[in-house]
Ligand binder design. Structure first.
Ligand code: NAP
Length: 467
């Protein structure tokens, strides 16, 4: 008996037998009749499913007749499949392929296509939702990974997962362990709300681990997925919301272009000019927030008397994070913000936007100051981030005893800036707090009334960083 037949007969679970042709992306280059005869044998051995390429359906049917295997088979379901590994299909192509599968007596229709944009998931969700026959449809690759994870929400017959990391048989597959433990795949149903992090890259984002754990420990319905989006942020947000996505985290490079995808913006997020959170409100309207600033500022405020009120603040960096920190400090009552940036123009321009309570200068000029008086110093540049851990944005003499020093960088947890600040007698706040709190604030916005499991979130991030 061939090895595959052995596996089939000893399997405690239903099995799909496939002998995929080279011309459809598989490994078999055997003559067609010989290739398909394996599937006929599988039917005789009562395999739960055989998967036959739609293009070979007619030959397969005639071989079944010749072998006296009338369709439909008594114990085996016929999956007719179509794969396109080079491009996404149009909706007309999908409709035509799907209809042909049904006419060709498929028990289950399977369509897998490559993705060129995250928007391709829309066709997958719509096809599954509208289908009146058992159907599997998948968008392959990182941008289509969500279609594999949330397949049950749209009524897919099944999804394909790999048996382990690195053992994927098609691009974008998630391993079964992750699918079951992280995404709680078996709990996903039509009513499950979907949340996710939009950006590029997102494959190493800690947000899915953090938010899925928070959903699980609070018994809150929902699944949180990575959503690799390279462009078209606003249309993606609108289209996915129509498919039951209830909230998004936004990371680089989507924080600015995503703003066009919401119906309204929180006031301070508008001033900052960037958002990292989308909330679907009770009336269905989408609102954009920025939880980065409040995360960092609240962590700093815990370390100083009277919070930011009346504090003289130095903000190193004038990028996305820097804008949030500078506006946030003033929002909470800081008396003055000095914006310091590698390129002076950006610092001066941001200071102008901030108003009379702010000034801007270059990092070089700032570091050459003999002395400076401030209460809080915040680094929002990537200087000191892994792998270039042995650098600090500020010279040692800039650090003053008793000041609060915050670093947005959280990998490593103790940056060179924080280490030197501690040695100087400063009070330090790590970027880990910003990361955990921006997520905690998102969770609070999405699930008002649910107690946010902040400590659990912190533990998840620490575990991930330790890995
Ligand atoms: P961004 O918009 O690209 O801004 C980068 C900033 O870093 C700019 O001010 C840039 O100065 C400066 N910079 C980059 N390389 C530099 C160098 N070699 N020397 C001096 N300055 C340099 O990025 P962002 O979104 O603001 O993020 C900045 C950092 O904050 C990243 O490390 C990010 O991981 C961290 N962050 C952390 C959290 C958290 O939750 N902890 C959240 C958001 C961001 P120029 O304008 O002169 O280029």
């Amino acid at each position: 008996m061939p090895k595959w037949a052995d596996i089939l007969q000893s399997s405690p679970l239903p099995v799909i037998v496939t002998n995929r042709a080279k011309w459809e992306g598989g490994n078999s280059s055997a003559p067609e009749e010989q290739r398909l005869s394996v599937l006929l044998d599988a039917i005789s051995l009562n395999a739960a499913h055989v998967d036959v390429e739609l293009k070979a359906a007619e030959l397969f049917r005639s071989l079944c007749e010749a072998r006296n295997l009338p369709m439909p088979f008594p114990t085996t379901k016929l999956i007719l499949s179509h794969h396109n590994f080079s491009r996404p299909l149009t909706s007309e192509e999908v409709a035509s392929v799907h209809a042909e599968m049904i006419v060709s007596s498929a028990d289950v229709c399977k369509i897998a296509m490559a993705t060129s944009s995250a928007l391709d998931n829309e066709l997958v969700f719509r096809t599954l939702q509208d289908s009146t026959v058992p159907t599997i449809m998948l968008a392959m690759g990182d941008m289509g990974q969500v279609s594999r994870i949330v397949a049950p929400k749209f009524g897919a017959y099944l999804t394909f997962a790999s048996v382990g990391r690195g053992k994927e048989s098609a691009p974008g597959q998630v391993d079964t362990e992750t699918l079951n433990s992280l995404y709680r795949f078996r709990d996903i149903s039509a009513d499950t709300p979907v949340y996710g992090v939009i950006g590029n890259p997102v494959s190493h984002s800690m947000s899915p681990a953090l938010h899925n754990t928070a959903l699980a420990v609070t018994n809150t319905p929902g699944v949180y997925v990575p959503l690799k989006v390279e462009s078209d942020f606003a249309p993606f947000i609108r289209k996915m919301t129509a498919f039951g996505f209830d909230g998004f985290s936004i990371t680089i490079p989507g924080k600015v272009p995503s703003m066009e995808g919401v119906d309204e913006m929180d006031e301070i997020a508008t001033k900052i000019g960037a958002m990292n959170t989308v909330v679907k409100q009770a009336d269905g309207r989408l609102k954009g927030y920025n939880t980065d600033w409040v995360a960092a500022i609240s962590a700093i405020e815990e370390k100083v008397d009277n919070g930011m009120l009346g504090k003289r603040v130095v903000c190193i960096g004038a990028g996305g994070a820097g804008r949030g920190l500078a506006f946030g400090a003033l929002e909470r009552g800081a008396s003055h913000v000095t914006v310091v940036n590698r390129s002076a123009e950006k610092a001066i321009a941001l200071a102008k936007e901030l108003g009379d309570c702010a000034t801007g200068t270059s990092l070089e000029d700032f570091n050459s100051l003999k002395s400076i008086d401030y209460d809080v110093l915040m680094n929002s540049t990537s200087v000191g981030m892994h792998p270039n851990v042995d650098v600090s944005p500020v010279e040692d003499h800039i650090l003053v005893k008793g000041a609060v020093v915050f670093d947005a960088v959280y990998n490593p947890l103790q940056t060179r800036l924080l280490r030197e600040a501690e040695e100087k007698g400063c009070i330090t706040v790590s970027g880990l707090e910003m990361f955990v709190r921006q997520a905690a604030e998102q969770f609070r916005l999405w699930f008002p009334g649910v107690e946010v499991p902040v400590q659990t979130m912190r533990t998840v991030v620490l575990e991930k960083l330790a890995q």
